[in-house]
Design a protein around this ligand. Structure first.
Ligand code: PMT
Length: 399
């Protein structure tokens, strides 16, 4: 998600630098927009370095010059349409007045008019300016339009006076932003192990048995759990996608490697989610040399791999254990049987013959079966949204 951070000209402008960092911790992309007077207090370079993005400081480029701060003459519309939230911190009395009147005389005030996303304003100013009826009337106007105001704190102010007007704490502003964007931290304190992707079982030095798992479902689970505050260990078979930010990746190849990695980390985990498509069979003996073509039929003898989920189910302790069921028929019956036989708390069943579900799809369609007899049908949605529904069920079981 992307947030525009408007910075106005007040002594508290330096605190906006800390706010950039705090919002980034929530994995938000931050586009900083500075008013002219903000640049008297802190340089755009500071924000550019922190945000990793060009800071927008001007509405238009100098006549005849190539656009310096904007990619196009209608950048404010492009930014307005690309953000999920606009937060202005610190907001000065002057900016509050301009926003309340609908004056669009710089990039920030124009962006405010051009966007339909939630707007959060954190004012900061001298106590008399804050208490002035003009400022309070402007704030009332903005509130009536649905703008969210994070009230300033009381205390000693830079001007030497004491009273209300000090920019609210970065934590309070970030909390309001998270609340409006639906960012939750309900997995804080949990250590979640997720398995993802396929496993590979060697036939000979150049050939192996595997399956069509892309890792997308498991990676979405790891991403969602990390965003909700969990420490995440991602045990992954070979896939072509990047691991989500902030997760600990443990790459594996074979079922035995996956088993070892899972068992090594299991004791430290409070939740284990097995979304990997683990090979059920492997060649009984991998050939040390490349098998030669003989012209006739060839037979590979297979043996069952260890069932990692069932092994975890036998020594589950207080952990929540979630398995998946990739089914092509009798989905509900097979899932309920897996829930019982593997000692899991939850089985997430997907009919992998359905369009938009299962292997390598961007979306999934699942039914969640829980040990307390609860069944949740999750219609087609992104794997990330499915992941959040699964995490919700884990928390429900916990409560
Ligand atoms: O990776 P994607 O392309 O996004 O596809 C997602 C998916 C289809 C792989 C995923 O949604 C899914 O269904 N994963 C489980 C696939 C699978 O192996 O299902 P299963 O019904 O064969 O196994 C049941 C459970 O036992 C699974 O949790 C599996 O991880 C586990 N298992 C299986 C075999 C084995 N030897 N050890 C195991 O732990």
């Amino acid at each position: 998600m992307r947030v525009a951070l408007g910075v106005c000209g007040g002594i508290a402008a330096y605190k906006a630098a800390e706010l950039v960092r705090r919002l980034q911790q929530e994995r938000l992309e931050v586009q900083v927009v500075m008013t002219r007077s903000a640049q008297q207090f802190i340089t755009p370079l500071t924000f550019a370095a922190l945000s990793g993005r060009k800071v927008i400081t001007e509405m238009f480029a100098e006549p005849g010059a190539a656009p310096a701060n904007i990619d196009s003459a209608i950048e404010h519309i492009a930014v307005a349409q690309s953000i999920d939230l606009l937060v202005i911190a610190p907001a000065t009395a002057n900016t509050l007045a301009r926003l309340a009147q609908g004056i669009a005389d710089d990039f920030l005030s124009t962006l405010y008019l051009a966007t339909k996303v939630p707007v959060v304003i954190a004012p900061a100013m001298n106590v008399n300016m804050w208490e002035h009826p003009a400022t309070q009337e402007n704030l009332e106007k903005l509130r009536a339009r649905g703008v969210h105001v994070v009230e300033p704190d009381e205390g000693y102010l830079a001007c030497g006076m004491t009273g209300a007007g000090r920019l609210a704490g970065v934590e309070s502003i970030a909390k309001k932003v998270c609340e409006l964007l639906g960012i939750r931290h309900d997995f804080e304190g949990e250590t979640v192990l997720v398995t993802a992707g396929p496993t590979c079982e060697d036939v000979d030095p150049v050939r192996f048995l595997t399956n069509r798992s892309s890792g997308k479902m498991g990676y979405a689970l790891a991403d969602a759990a990390a965003r909700r505050g969990a420490r995440v260990i991602l045990v992954s078979g070979p896939v072509q996608i990047e691991p989500p930010a902030g997760v600990e990746l443990v790459p594996v190849r074979t079922t035995e490697e996956m088993r070892r990695a899972v068992l090594d980390h299991a004791a430290a985990c409070t939740v284990i989610i097995k979304a990997a498509a683990v090979a059920d069979y492997r060649p009984a003996a991998a050939q040390p040399k490349k098998m030669k073509r003989s012209g006739g039929r060839a037979t590979i003898e297979l043996e069952a791999t260890p069932d990692i989920l069932a092994e975890l189910g036998r020594a589950k302790g207080n952990r929540i254990l979630v398995g998946f069921a990739a089914e092509t028929d009798r989905v509900a019956d097979n899932a309920r049987e897996k829930l019982r036989a593997k000692g899991a708390d939850i089985i997430v069943a997907n009919d992998v013959t359905c369009e938009g579900a299962g292997f390598d799809a961007e979306t999934n369609i699942v039914t969640i079966f829980t040990r307390d007899g609860h069944t949740v049908d999750v219609p087609q949605m992104s794997k990330f949204d499915v992941a959040n529904r699964i995490l919700d069920e884990i928390l429900r079981l916990r409560s």
